[in-house]
Write a protein that binds this ligand. Sequence first.
Ligand code: CUA
Length: 338
Amino acid sequence: MRRGVLVRVIAVGLAAAAVAVAVALLVPWLPTPASKEADRIDFVFWFVTAICIAIFSLVAGVIVYAVVRFRARPDDDSDGAPIHGHTGLEIAWTAVPAALVTAIAVVSAVALAENDHLPKHHMRVNVSAQQFAWSFSYPKYKGLTVSTLHLPIHVPIELKMNSKDVIHSFWVPQFGQKQDLVPGITTRLVITPKRLGTYPVVCTELCGEGHAIMRSQAVVQTPRGFAAWVKAQEKLAAQAQGAGGGPGLVAFNNNGCSACHTFKPAGSKATTGPDLDNLAADARRAGKPLAAFIQQSIVDPNAYIEKGYQPGIMPTTFKTLPKDQLDALVQFLSQGQK
Ligand code: CUA
């Protein structure tokens, strides 16, 4: 190849590379990683992107040069010169992609293996999904169960996940991983939070009418902040116990009620469903005695829809709640209503 040709191909290639690099870097394609695992996934992503940009530049350089240099002139009706295969070129364009694909496979396998590795010192959190709520329980803290995932920074976390009904999928974009929750089997995910903050927990598997609202939050805290949060939650549970609401509070949290409803005795502040601190007034509007109204609203939620809310959002699966849990819930929700 003559030197002039090479210079032009390289110039076009560099221009294409500049555009591709700008598109890759100036657009915020990925959320800022908040876990070590997300860092590794990002590394694989950028590794592949860099290879793609290099190949794109090479191809763009050669194509643009060839299109311009060898275009047919208006007065040119001659045939192109006959060409034969070029063994050196064919070996190169087979060997180079094979090497690149192998490199991508190795880098991906290493990242996946590292992301799957659970260090000996870790904390376990059980994740439970159901239409349309998340609940998180901490075996380390006597099964403390909450609807918002709190995690201490830099501690490897093993999430053990179960679904009570259909397939859901756990996703915190800033943690970089998704994991399905499948009824009947336990799936797992390792997360090592490395950045303080509050991130969305999203259900990313279409699971029914309320799929879009099946969200929670993951809060990454300092060790001290996390310890204070655990203490506050334990105090809340003890208070409920003292007020006779122990099993009721447990049922309330285990069944994900706190993910959608505000209820002061449970310390929940969610606003997807009606505020349960006003159940007495709701029962009067529905024309039913309080306890009967609460029970009906749990097992047959579409029987009475509070103004401003829609039918079909609250799951109808609670009709299968064991009687003792249902009774405890009704009693817990009845307390303090006027
Ligand atoms: Cu659960 Cu979508």
